[in-house]
Design a protein around this ligand. Structure first.
Ligand code: MG
Length: 355
């Protein structure tokens, strides 16, 4: 028998090895022609110091230099931050600013600039911060250019836990980019932590946080931060007011993972107007609505309770089941249309009790 050459033997081993590679998704064969192709995305253009770039075609643009409609104060009231020369600028003392829309796992791009005029030192210089999870998880924004401070408080640190792998800061006044990949923490129905948040940060093109696992939320308490506590997966992005007029521009998000509806965190004052008893109390066609933290509503139908998230200022969806509530407060009656699944026989228009 002729002994095959080492080369042929190698090819044979390689080919016979192919089926042994398990596909991450077992529904598809290796090189399966039936497998859907990835969606086409126009990647946009990069920014220069003089000109912000163009976001990818599938991004949610949160700030394009012209208007503030996506930004509010933390309680949902109008923000006091201002637009100056195409940038969103912190007005010291005005509080944090947040997006109206919430995001779960996502890619976030933003550009920031510390004030050109250098004032203060250490944490007092060009301090702001980027938060995921409605103010819970802060990535530091700081003028760390020739400005020493503690390592885990430097620019692009996950504040108080992870210093950046490098100091890639540009001089104050220059535009700097943060590109981040955020994986939200997961909690079970009882609120138990299933997996911690993960984060990658690229600062001016330099990887400075490499898929770190966040030990805990880092906001709120300086010495002994609180442990993880269950919260909705999709929550707004916020920027810190730390008393310095830090500027932001070209802010966009690409949400990772499929979602049927956007998730907004509306102003508490608006959500409070929806709270109350609807229909005839005690009867089958009655409902109760109350406000929960993080912009959610709780719908009670008999003994069933459904957590609702806003897809628009008047339209809410159940988080885990197909229940919808549309509020119509336009006439003299305050009405809620409650739809359970596709069973329109169970769609109810309920009037809210006078309060
Ligand atoms: Mg900060």
């Amino acid at each position: 028998m002729k002994i095959p050459s080492i080369r042929l033997l190698g090819l044979f081993v390689a080919l016979s090895a192919v089926p042994l590679f398990a596909q991450p998704n077992p529904a598809w064969l290796v090189h399966d022609r039936e497998r859907p192709l990835p969606p086409v995305v126009d990647p946009g253009t990069a920014s220069t110091q003089d000109q912000p770039g163009r976001p990818p075609s599938d991004a949610v643009v949160l700030f394009d230099g012209k208007e503030l409609s996506n930004w509010v104060a933390m309680d949902g009231s109008p923000t006091k931050w201002v637009i100056r020369d195409g940038a969103l600028e912190c007005v010291p003392g005005s509080g944090y600013v947040r997006s109206l829309q919430g995001f779960g796992d996502c890619q976030l791009h933003l550009e920031w600039a510390a004030p050109t005029k250098v004032e203060g030192s250490s944490q007092g210089r060009g301090n702001s911060g980027v938060f995921f999870g409605l103010g819970r998880y802060e990535i530091q924004v700081l003028d760390s250019y020739q400005n020493n401070t503690y390592a885990d408080g430097s620019a692009a640190s996950y504040y108080g836990e992870y210093p950046p792998l490098a100091n890639a800061c540009r001089p104050p006044g220059q535009w700097q980019t943060y590109d981040m990949i955020w994986t939200a923490p997961r909690f079970d129905a009882e609120g138990k932590l299933l997996s911690k948040a993960r984060l990658t940060v690229i600062h001016n093109g330099v990887v400075v946080q490499n898929n770190i696992e966040l030990e805990r939320p880092n906001a709120g308490r300086w010495f002994d931060p609180l442990p993880y506590k269950a919260h909705p997966q999709r929550l707004p992005i916020a920027f810190q007011d730390h008393g310095n007029p830090v500027r932001y521009r070209n802010i966009w998000v690409r949400e990772l993972g499929a979602h049927r509806h956007p998730a907004f965190v509306l102003p508490d004052t608006l959500l409070d107007t929806y709270a109350g008893n609807y229909g005839k109390p005690g009867s089958w066609n009655s409902a109760k609505i109350r406000r929960l933290p993080d912009g959610q509503l709780l719908l009670s139908l008999g003994t069933s309770e459904v957590v609702l998230t806003a897809a628009s200022p008047t339209h809410f969806h159940g988080q885990v089941t197909d229940v919808q509530v549309k509020f119509d407060f336009s006439g003299d009656k305050k009405k809620a249309l409650v739809t359970v699944g596709e069973d329109f026989a169970r769609a109810m228009v309920l009037e809210r009790e006078a309060q």
